[in-house]
Design a protein around this ligand. Structure first.
Ligand code: FAD
Ligand code: NAP
Length: 338
């Protein structure tokens, strides 16, 4: 069941070639437990793998990569709403479309996000004003040290902007095996993002006539128009998180750059990292095999199948330049391995 010296290139959407010392594809909880025991006995680090759309391989991985292929999906309706439960290896977009096709609303803004269900809570995936935490009910996860299954409710997950307890104090301690979501009985569309609103307005959609399927189609069309498909141009989506800064810094930047794109985030301000990178002159720039996408400056691309080092080198150059020009620090969103 456990293979050795496997190239992870087909397992990451940046198409970076890097060897994993060991590799296992698991389809049951028992297989996952066995894989964890194998790693524990050899003191190997573990790389849980979903769709590989939010990782950067900076070199060979000296441990055990575990491809999570646990399957199963159910949708149950009750008096107050709907419960969707899915195993970690289910495709996220398929889950969204399963609910949309049943006429259920709540997940449509999260259509077309690549990857698997098990990774969705890790960074509390979000798009177009909805985050996973808005629909989250609970999850089950296997503790890496013991092989025991534990349940986590919303309060246990410390969800925040592109963040959760699994990137913080519980990093590398659990493998998520199943996720349950709660969809509202009465659906309210969330169409405040300018791109989404503009798309629907252009097609004369009255809000009363909207359905989850219409919103899902709008999100799909908008995303397809500006994001590169990883199968064609390898990428990991947004390479940096949108920085959240103090009001004083926001105001000083806004005074110098009236076009700055920013949104209130509590008593601080979220700046559009894409605007900063674009304004610093990086959109469309190429560095040998790697570069910055020409219609979305937040997306670093790897059309020449370059190395993780080339890509992270470019990311560091961009972050340093943005800091020099705006005094704002950019933090990568995907996780680097090893
Ligand atoms: P992977 O890349 O395989 O893993 C990501 C991290 O989670 C790794 O650290 C991995 O070890 C860990 N992990 C994976 N599965 C498990 C598990 N079961 N248990 C424990 N740890 C696990 N993200 C957004 O939030 N919003 C977007 O709109 C969005 N758009 C994107 C568009 C494109 C074109 C691309 C390429 C990426 C986009 N992303 C977006 C980022 C990415 O798709 C999400 O973060 C997604 O949830 C990653 O899923 P994955 O299965 O590919 O995770
Ligand atoms: P966009 O619509 O051009 O908006 C640019 C930025 O402004 C986004 O990053 C978004 O922040 C923010 N924004 C826009 N309207 C907002 C509002 N009404 N309130 C608060 N913030 C607002 O962005 P885009 O690049 O095309 O992406 C569209 C959506 O898909 C965004 O939500 C984005 O996060 C998501 N996406 C994520 C990834 C990823 O890899 N993480 C990749 C592609 C797309 P937020 O990013 O916080 O929403």
């Amino acid at each position: 069941m456990i293979e050795s010296d496997i190239d992870l290139q087909p397992h990451n959407t940046l198409a970076i070639s890097a060897q994993s010392a060991h590799f296992a594809r698991v389809q049951t909880l028992d297989q996952l437990r066995e894989a964890l025991t194998f790693a524990r006995q050899r003191r190997l680090p573990i790389l849980p793998l979903g769709g590989g759309s939010n990782i950067v391989l900076t070199g060979d991985f000296p441990g055990l990569a575990i491809q999570l292929d646990l399957r199963g999906l159910s949708v149950k309706s009750g008096d107050f709403g709907h419960t969707v439960s899915a195993a970690a290896g289910e495709n996220w977009h398929q889950l969204v479309m399963t609910t949309v096709e049943k006429g259920l609303g709540g997940l449509e803004n999260l259509a077309l996000i690549p990857g698997k269900v098990g990774a969705a809570p890790i960074q509390n995936i979000g798009a177009y004003g909805i985050e996973l935490r808005d629909r989250f009910s609970s999850l089950q996860a296997m503790e890496i040290a013991s092989g025991e299954i534990h349940r986590f409710d919303t309060g246990d997950c410390a969800f925040a902007y592109r963040d959760s307890v699994f990137k913080g104090s519980l990093r590398d301690q659990y493998i998520i095996t199943q996720v349950s979501l709660a969809l509202p009985g009465a659906w309210e569309p969330c169409i405040g993002y300018p791109a989404l609103h503009g798309y629907l307005q252009k097609r004369n959609w009255e809000s009363g006539a909207l359905t989850p399927a219409v919103v899902a189609q709008a999100v799909t069309d908008i995303r397809n128009s500006k994001l590169p498909l990883p199968e064609i141009i390898p990428n990991a989506g947004s390479f940096f998180k949108n920085p959240v800064v103090e009001t004083a810094l926001y105001e000083s930047l806004k005074a110098v750059h009236p076009g700055l794109v920013a949104f209130a985030a509590g008593d601080r301000w979220k700046l559009a990292a894409a605007w900063l990178i674009d304004r610093a002159g990086w959109r469309g720039v190429r560095r040998n095999a790697v570069g910055v996408h020409d219609s979305q400056a937040l997306v670093l691309v790897n059309p020449g199948r370059g190395s993780g080092e080339e890509l992270t080198g470019l990311a560091e150059e961009i972050a340093a330049d943005v800091y020099a020009k705006f005094g704002v620090s950019l933090e990568p969103e995907p996780r680097y391995y090893p």
